[in-house]
Design a protein around this ligand. Structure first.
Ligand code: ADP
Length: 199
């Protein structure tokens, strides 16, 4: 089945684009969702993480303290590598399962780290949602009620815009309003439908 990878930096409008594809009847698998599923209580990966970082990495209810873990791996490249080696194959399995259950003419994998994580290998085409960095910062900080500096740090940790664009098969320019985004998605959807039938 034809699978499109939908990616873009933080605040670029991935969720907005994914919603528009969903409204057209397309199944969207969210890589962030898969990343949460594999560390839910009862999952083996959560026990591995607690054994590695200590029980302080768990909240009182036994769930993962995601903010604490994020802080730890942000500070240490070694810990990040350890965590990625544990989680990436599991997340990939979860994504493959969800994509296989998809029933629409083509499916979308929405992933902020499609390129960085190697998940692009699971898709046939890469669609990048693109905006200038100042808009990314403005929209993401408004959405998350967070300070622009924090957003800039996240952007700096992601693949540079030009590199991401160089990998794109299709580009959605989201520097306009939501109607302008929608106007680009409809023809792209038609193109994907055509590709799906000739696949
Ligand atoms: P991402 O999923 O890539 O992090 P979102 O889709 O959440 O980005 O978009 C970031 C924020 O910007 C959200 O609050 C969203 O509603 C808003 N947004 C997205 N696209 C537009 C647009 N074209 N015009 C105005 N606001 C937008």
């Amino acid at each position: 089945m034809l699978t499109i990878g939908l990616t873009g930096g933080i605040g670029s409008g991935k969720s907005a684009a994914a919603d528009a594809f969903r409204a057209l009847g397309i199944n969207v698998v969210d890589a962030d969702w898969a990343a949460r599923v594999v560390v839910q209580p009862g999952q083996p990966a959560l026990a591995d993480i607690a054994a590695h970082f200590g029980a302080e990495i768990l909240l009182e209810n036994g769930a993962l303290d995601r903010a604490k873990l994020r802080g730890l791996v942000f500070e240490s490249a070694g810990e990040r590598t350890w965590l990625e080696a544990l989680l990436h194959p599991l997340i990939r399995e979860e994504i493959v399962r969800a994509l296989a259950a998809s029933t629409s003419p083509y499916a979308i994998l929405e992933s902020p780290l499609l390129i960085e994580s190697g998940q692009y290998r699971l898709v046939d085409r890469i669609c990048v949602v693109d905006v200038p960095e100042n808009l990314q910062v403005e929209r993401a900080s408004n959405r998350d009620q967070s300070d622009p500096e924090g957003i800039r740090k996240i952007i700096a940790a992601q693949i540079p815009r030009e590199e991401r664009l160089a990998k794109a098969d299709d580009i959605l320019d989201n520097s306009g309003d939501l109607a302008a985004l929608q106007a680009q998605i409809e023809p792209l959807h038609q193109r994907y439908l055509k590709l799906a039938t000739t696949d």
